[in-house]
Design a protein around this ligand. Structure first.
Ligand code: MG
Length: 184
């Protein structure tokens, strides 16, 4: 039987919080803001779970950013892939899983440019079988459909069971999938 492991991306395979803090420091430095602004930004981010359109609209309002919310958000998406890290032991662990017969895929919510940029920049694209990004597929977690796309691309199906690994009990798992679940 094919064994399947579906991983969330942000704060599971890569450290979103660390990268976001790095972005917040740059944002604050560029505008001559201090450490309080950085903490405000990090609090607003909510570990990445505040919808980005809401986040950037709030940032624009709080800090009086000139220009369009869309432009601020787009600049963030260009920068974040350069700030995220994936520890070598994580990539090595995924490689070991695959060499022992597991099919491994990433299932992540977000816009395609940002999420694919992070997957490629960190080298995760070389150590997983497949990925499914909500912004590219038109379906978001926790909808089962995104998990089905990732599983099919990895050469497996959800019907045979498997694991969903993430950092949040609501945002990460497929509620209706017949998958084992660990953590969030
Ligand atoms: Mg996550």
């Amino acid at each position: 039987m094919t064994r399947l492991a579906l991983f969330d991306l942000d704060n599971t395979l890569i450290d979103h919080d660390e990268a976001f803090r790095g972005w917040a420091v740059e944002f604050a430095d560029d505008r001559g803001l201090g450490a309080v602004a950085v903490e405000r930004l990090v609090a607003l981010d909510g570990h990445g779970y505040l919808p980005r359109e809401t986040l950037f609209a709030q940032i624009k309002e709080d800090f009086g950013v000139e220009g369009h919310v869309e432009d601020l958000w787009a600049a963030y998406r260009r920068r974040m892939p350069e700030l995220v890290r994936c520890p070598r032991e994580v990539r090595d662990g995924l490689t070991r899983l695959r060499t022992t017969g597991w099919r491994v895929a990433i299932v992540t919510n977000g816009l395609a440019d940002n999420q694919l940029g992070k997957i490629r920049r960190t080298g995760l694209d070389e150590v997983v079988d497949a990925w499914a990004v909500s912004g590219a597929e038109g379906v978001r977690k926790p909808d089962r459909g995104l998990f089905e796309i990732a599983a099919a691309r990895a050469g497996a199906g959800l019907g045979a069971g498997g694991w969903v690994i993430g950092d949040h009990p609501v945002h990460a798992p497929a509620r209706s999938a017949r998958c084992g679940r660990r953590g969030g």
